[in-house]
Design a protein. Structure first.
Length: 423
């Protein structure tokens, strides 16, 4: 038996033992949430005709919205679809996860404007016909022109890394090297197009804007570097590519540099110049994801829960921004996953709150509030912090809830286990 085969056999044994133990100890509320969200994701995937490549709409019930949401109609964000594919794998349906991965393979190979193998932030949802993955957009009757969103047609580093995590998940279940090669290719794209050497060194935001006027985003995000660290660590282990080990080291060192030992929290990253630390804002994902992505981490990182509870708590759940204006379903599910990774109990009220967000079509609402803010702007052309979440059934929220309820770590492709701490 080869080393790779022994590794896969070990993973299978681990999953079997985990499933047996988990079935006997799981909270009934958690189990019900897992069953419901997995069923919803399976149903959404099965509803896309055929068995070929496809992408799921991020906001499936959004048909006719106002100007604030029109740009979201029939849009499949890569991040949401990567999450959904990983969650489908955790739910025991790797075949549907593979359909999503196949669509992203085609998107990278047949981009309408670039030949460098990049992925966009979003595509049009639905089945893929004739190997062509359409970019999102809509006809603007006032002015008679085709309208596209400059963020959606850009490429953000974090989204690329999440696509790589999906490819790695599908590779683990299929053993098809096309997916491993695709993950490595996306990580190489990040290395070539988003390496920021200005201290603190790390990976920059990516590219924003239309094809004829794309601009580099020089800010560095803790969240994005967590994603790159996890994907490069995983892909490097499976491929043996030494460049990926260096990539993981660079991304990991940036995340470590963002730890504020005085406030026991992670800074969200830098400002647009790529060097000035952003100390004013806080995002709950940047606080929690290191606990999942790093198999070993400094013991003081576990103190982040005091910051999360004082700065991000909203009722029985959690909000996106510091002192939030509402509950963020996705972030509350991330907190449930992070608690499990920290060896902490997940309160039953958290599972109840997540289950209460279920809409008529089964997807969870992004927030129970009409709209919540993030304190961040969508892009450099924004004049204010215009990145919001709305009271809409959301693929990403549903996928994160499924991952948390299944106790599945999307950064490693394995069941969540309590992290080991470095001295």
């Amino acid at each position: 038996m080869s080393m790779r085969s022994r590794h896969l056999a070990s993973i299978c044994l681990t999953l079997t033992m985990f499933a047996s133990a988990h079935a006997n100890t799981v909270d009934p509320l958690q189990q019900q949430l897992a069953d419901n969200t997995c069923a919803t994701l399976r149903s959404a995937a099965a509803a896309v005709p055929g068995s070929g490549p496809m992408l799921l709409p991020s906001y499936p019930t959004l048909k006719q919205g106002d100007d604030a949401t029109r740009a979201l109609q029939n849009v499949a964000f890569v991040y949401d679809n990567a999450l959904a594919g990983i969650a489908l794998t955790a739910c025991g349906d790797p075949g549907q996860a593979r359909r999503i991965a196949d669509a992203l393979l085609l998107a990278a190979a047949h981009d309408p404007g670039f030949k460098d193998g990049r992925l966009r932030n979003a595509y049009r949802a639905g089945p893929v016909d004739a190997d062509k993955v359409e970019l999102p957009g809509y006809w603007q009757s006032q002015g008679n022109y085709w309208s596209q969103d400059p963020y959606q047609v850009g490429t953000s580093v974090g989204n690329v890394a999440w696509a790589a995590l999906l490819m790695l998940s599908v590779y683990d279940s299929s053993h098809d090297h096309r997916y491993l090669d695709a993950a490595v290719a996306q990580l190489h794209w990040i290395q070539a197009h988003a390496t920021g050497t200005t201290p603190p060194s790390g990976y920059e935001g990516g590219l924003f804007g239309y094809d004829n006027a794309q601009r580099a985003q020089h800010w560095k995000a803790t969240e994005h570097n967590i994603d790159v660290y996890a994907a490069a660590t995983w892909a490097g282990r499976d491929s043996g590519d030494p460049a990926l080990a260096q990539q993981a080291k660079l991304a990991g060192s940036f995340v470590s540099a963002m730890w504020d030992d005085a406030q026991h929290r992670f800074l969200v990253g830098t400002l647009d110049d790529g060097k000035t630390l952003n100390r004013d804002k806080s995002g709950i994902d940047a606080q929690l994801w290191p606990l999942l992505a790093f198999n070993t981490h400094p013991a003081q990182w576990n103190q982040v829960w005091s910051w999360v509870d004082t700065q991000h708590r909203y009722g029985d759940g959690y909000g996106y921004r510091r002192q939030p204006d509402g509950m963020w379903t996705e972030g509350t599910a991330q907190a449930a996953a992070g608690l499990q990774a920290s060896g902490k109990p997940v309160p039953g009220t958290v599972w109840q709150l997540l289950a209460a967000q279920r809409s008529d079509n089964g997807m969870l609402y992004a927030t129970p509030q009409a709209r919540i803010g993030t304190d961040f702007a969508i892009g450099p052309t924004s004049t204010h912090a215009d990145f919001f979440y709305y009271h809409l059934p959301h693929l990403g929220a549903t996928a994160w809830a499924a991952l948390a309820a299944k106790a599945w770590n999307p950064f490693t492709g394995l069941p969540i286990k309590r992290t080991e701490n470095m001295p």
